[in-house]
Design a protein around this ligand. Structure first.
Ligand code: NAP
Length: 459
């Protein structure tokens, strides 16, 4: 598990151990034992499943692809988490992502545990037929540990509704006569998916930023400006003024976040930069985000990389290197690509004073500590990117009831749930000097600890 996650969870546990109003019935040695159990439970996954998928390629070669399914903790409900298709997937990363899912679900009161999957491939290097084979084999190899009441995967980097449809079809075939609609979420709507699921994470990411600035800081501007809280001081500087925004990653999460920013009527945003694994596109007057979204839809998800391609879609932008987006002179930086993007190496060059983590774990501990020390407001992954799992929960519910909601009902419930969490967390954040990540972790760990104690697990 990554050092940052482990450290913050341990700090949260230490704070709870000292706070005798928390589980006051636990006293003396019993209290110490319970907290040692808690630390052990949270710092290790329940199970790590690993398989080597045997895949015949179209050209005749047969390869074996390492793949994972990690079950971190199921105290709150069945394991839940995406399956990442990426060449950099490794066991430690999948464990860390599963742990973040446990914390995320606890934070937003979603009745799921934490799980995650990974397949070590570059999906763009395989044909559609080969990818389908990979999905089918994944389900065959992990069938015993998956299911609507055991572990429910969803898309993550490199996967989407097409892959979830293939996987659900295989699950249905293997488990004939069993309920199957709740076995995978993020499916296409015709296959039992939820309206609004595709946009859910990106919408939620943007909503956390908008809600923090417009619905919390703005009405409390005077009080916050007078407080000594460093994050309050930063936030008030950004109320009611035009903001330059950059979005790293232009996939499922990033493209929707960029569109939300582009269309937002509540805040004067200008999306001046977006990026993917090939390029950063920059325009100081603002980019035409809908045109870029249309382009990626017909170009395997890639942004334009040449002046000719930009001209073709009538988009005016400078083509810069992929990494430049991170250190540009912008007010707000949305991170929606991969982990470990803000690091010890680039932390001193980061100019944005508000950072929103659409991706999981995009900020290393060194960068996080450094930026927090400087009063940068970082909306952490487990708070910002929970839209996907919240709507996955709604999809799972709809699948069980075979009753489907309208897109508007889905988005209203999504934003309501995120608002409820923000209403609990933000007053604490602006009231004490801890970074928002730590506030969120304390909240999640408190909920998990209480549930584990009541389930008799802390001995
Ligand atoms: P995605 O659709 O695969 O998009 C990933 C984006 O990041 C693509 O634009 C990709 O570019 C870009 N990218 C990849 N490597 C990069 C690099 N080294 N530098 C800059 N950009 C790079 O994945 P996603 O679903 O949007 O997920 C993005 C992040 O959000 C991940 O951390 C994921 O765990 C997290 N997340 C996703 C969901 C969800 O519902 N999808 C929910 C919660 C959290 P190319 O297209 O050129 O490869």
């Amino acid at each position: 598990m990554e050092e940052q996650t482990r450290t913050i969870v341990q700090q949260s546990l230490n704070a709870l151990l000292e706070n005798e109003t928390f589980l006051p019935e636990l006293k003396g040695d019993m209290r110490k034992t319970a907290f040692t159990s808690l630390s052990a439970i949270l710092s290790t996954p329940n199970q790590i499943h690993k398989s080597f998928l045997r895949i015949p390629l179209e050209e005749g070669e047969v390869i074996r692809i390492p793949s994972y399914r990690v079950h971190h903790n199921d105290a709150l409900g069945p394991y839940k988490g995406g399956i990442r298709f990426h060449e950099s997937v490794n066991e430690e990363e999948v464990v860390n992502l599963a742990f973040l899912m446990t914390l995320k679900n606890a934070l937003h009161n979603v009745p799921f545990g934490g799980g995650k999957g990974g397949i070590i491939i570059d999906p763009k290097a395989f044909t559609e037929r080969e990818l389908q084979r990979i999905c089918i084999k994944y389900v065959r190899y992990f069938n015993n540990v998956l299911g609507p009441d055991k572990d429910i995967p969803a898309p993550d980097v490199g996967s989407g509704e097409r892959e979830m449809d293939w996987m659900m079809a295989e699950y249905k075939k293997i488990n004939q006569g069993q309920p199957y609609l709740g076995s995978f979420t993020g499916k296409s709507v015709v296959n039992g998916g939820s309206l609004g699921r595709r946009e859910a994470t990106g919408k939620g990411v943007y909503f956390t930023f908008r809600y923090l600035l417009n619905d919390y800081v703005k009405p409390n501007e005077e009080t916050l400006a007078a407080s000594s809280n460093p994050f309050a001081k930063t936030a008030v500087e950004y109320v009611d003024r035009p903001l330059n925004v950059a979005v790293q990653g232009f996939g499922n999460v990033g493209s929707v976040t960029a569109l939300e920013a582009f269309r937002c009527q509540h805040i004067q945003n200008k999306v001046v930069a977006v990026s993917d694994r090939n390029v950063t596109l920059f325009n100081a007057d603002g980019l035409d985000i809908p045109a870029l979204v249309n382009f990626t839809a017909t170009n395997r998800g890639d942004l334009p990389t040449t002046p000719e391609q930009l001209k073709e879609i009538n988009v005016s932008a400078e083509i810069r290197s992929r990494e430049e987006i991170l250190t540009m002179n912008v007010d707000v930086l949305f991170l929606a690509a991969l982990e470990n993007q803000l690091t010890d190496q680039n932390k001193e060059q980061i100019k944005a004073r508000i950072i929103v983590e659409g991706a999981n774990a995009p900020t290393t501990k060194e960068a996080d500590d450094y930026l927090s020390e400087k009063g940068v407001v970082i909306i952490p992954d487990i708070l910002a990117n929970a839209g996907g799992v919240i709507v996955s929960y709604l999809e799972w519910l709809q699948g069980r009831e075979t009753q489907f909601y309208t897109e508007e009902q889905v988005h209203t419930q999504l934003l309501e749930k995120m608002k409820n969490t923000m209403d609990i967390i933000l007053p604490q954040y602006f009231g004490d000097p801890f970074p928002l990540r730590q506030n969120c972790y304390i909240h999640s760990v408190t909920r998990l600890s209480t549930v584990l104690y009541k389930q008799g697990k802390l001995y």
